[in-house]
Design a protein around this ligand. Structure first.
Ligand code: SF4
Length: 332
């Protein structure tokens, strides 16, 4: 099959101490199953605190996998991420990379652009000479549409969009196949966001990359991703091809996220409910459906019985007891 990364009931838990008899664990990611196809742009959406960043990091083997499994498979290797270590982990680091969230914080002001991009090659020992490193840096910089004259300068001289290109070049210089982009355009102006998203799309097809694109913003995901998963309090609550999800979101949480996007239609007064309250702390998760404390459609059953993520047969998965009846109630 054509799956690059798959997770099966993947859990990331952090021990919190407690008594000897009853240790408590913070589950930032709770039994999540996903399959990411090669060459796809997979969107992961949720509010901050949903666990989306932790899931991205677990798939990069940068957060501890404490339950379930995750597998990476390309044409050359197959790795079980939960047990990966030693030389295989080192090898995985060049195949799976993160584009940092905040290009300002990610770049050292004391390094030139050339050194920033070259650092992963040097740390991983991927090139045999300075000349080879320079060639790789120039090649990826050109692909990321950086001016090669700028390689000698320091990052503080550049705009947010250019700095983000530097971060992208640094993430791609080792030749990864899987790239996690975590809120990679959130800090940028809308017009620059579009440039960076277009660049990522081009790089994806030129270099055959598979992206996991993490964002709190559904409108950014709509234009970029083939497939979307929506996360809430460590669980996936809905996954679907982007077209299906946007045509008819099934989960009340997803619908609430949609209602937060300003509509361009003046007649559209919005039938979706606005999202109220805050996401509960992962330390203090509600029983039953994790969304019941904020869901306008919650009934008694939701408070005690947690709905499982299920595919009703059309590839559009949802975890809600009432999705079918709620959809029937939506005015056409
Ligand atoms: Fe709302 Fe109940 Fe569905 Fe949870 S299971 S999303 S509380 S209707």
């Amino acid at each position: 099959d054509d799956i690059l990364i798959s997770a099966d009931r993947l859990t990331v838990g952090y021990p919190l101490g407690g008594s000897i008899l009853r240790k408590s664990v913070l589950k930032a990611v709770n039994e999540v199953s996903v399959h990411i196809e090669r060459g796809s742009f997979f969107g992961l959406v949720g509010e901050s605190g949903s666990g989306k960043t932790t899931l991205g990091r677990a798939l990069l083997k940068a957060a501890p996998i404490t339950g379930g499994s995750a597998t990476y498979r390309d044409d050359e290797v197959q790795y079980d991420l939960a047990t990966l270590d030693g030389a295989a982990l080192k090898d995985y680091r060049k195949r799976a990379q993160l584009i940092f969230q905040d290009p300002y914080a990610a770049l050292s002001p004391r390094m030139t652009v050339r050194d920033i991009i070259a650092e992963p090659l040097e740390v991983m020992g991927l090139t045999a000479s300075r000349q080879e490193t320079d060639e790789r840096v120039r090649e990826i910089a050109a692909r990321c549409r950086l001016n090669l004259e700028h390689l000698r300068r320091f990052p503080h001289a550049f705009s947010g969009g250019q700095r983000q290109r530097i971060s992208i070049a640094r993430a791609l210089v080792s030749g990864p196949k899987f790239v996690v982009a975590d809120e990679s355009v959130a800090a940028l102006d809308v017009s620059i966001q579009a440039d960076v998203l277009n660049l990522l799309k081009e790089l994806q097809s030129e270099l055959g990359l598979t992206f996991m694109f993490i964002s709190h913003d559904l409108s950014v995901v709509a234009h970029t991703c083939d497939h979307v998963a929506v996360m809430y309090l460590g669980r996936l609550v809905e996954t679907a091809p982007t077209r299906k999800l946007f045509a008819m979101p099934r989960h009340p949480y997803t619908r609430a996220l949609f209602s937060a996007i300003p509509s361009l239609d003046p007649d559209d007064r919005g039938t979706a409910q606005k999202l109220e309250g805050e996401i509960p702390s992962p330390l203090n998760q509600p029983p039953g459906c994790k969304f019941h404390t904020r869901c306008p459609n919650a009934i008694d059953r939701c408070k005690s019985e947690e709905p499982q993520l299920k595919d009703p047969g059309d590839g559009h998965e949802v975890a809600c007891h009432r999705w079918r009846e709620l959809l029937e109630a939506v005015p056409a």
